[in-house]
Write a new protein. Structure first.
Length: 94
């Protein structure tokens, strides 16, 4: 299924996706301190992937954009938690 999206429609969406990433990292920091590294990684990664599944079943472009924005906000949250976890687990000399 193609939605015939133009650059005029896609440009603002991709700009919004980039802007959403910054505040989501601050939220990820708060979630990591409150729930821990592993819980933050799991409970942000699972809904992010569910949004990816829903994008493939979306009936129109607007729903794809909604799921893409949610996925963008949640998808980058596990990066900071994963880095923090790796810093705790891996020995500095490695």
């Amino acid at each position: 299924v193609t939605f015939q999206a133009s650059e005029r429609e896609l440009g603002p969406i991709f700009t919004l996706l980039g802007l959403i990433t910054v505040p989501s990292l601050s939220v990820a920091h708060w979630l990591t301190r409150k729930f821990g590294d592993i819980n933050t990684m799991v409970w942000t990664h699972i809904p992010s992937n569910i949004c990816l599944i829903f994008m493939t079943m979306s009936p129109n472009l607007h729903w794809v954009f909604i799921f893409l924005v949610i996925r963008s906000a949640l998808g980058s949250m596990d990066v900071a938690a994963r880095d923090s976890f790796m810093m705790k687990v891996v020995d500095p000399c490695e």
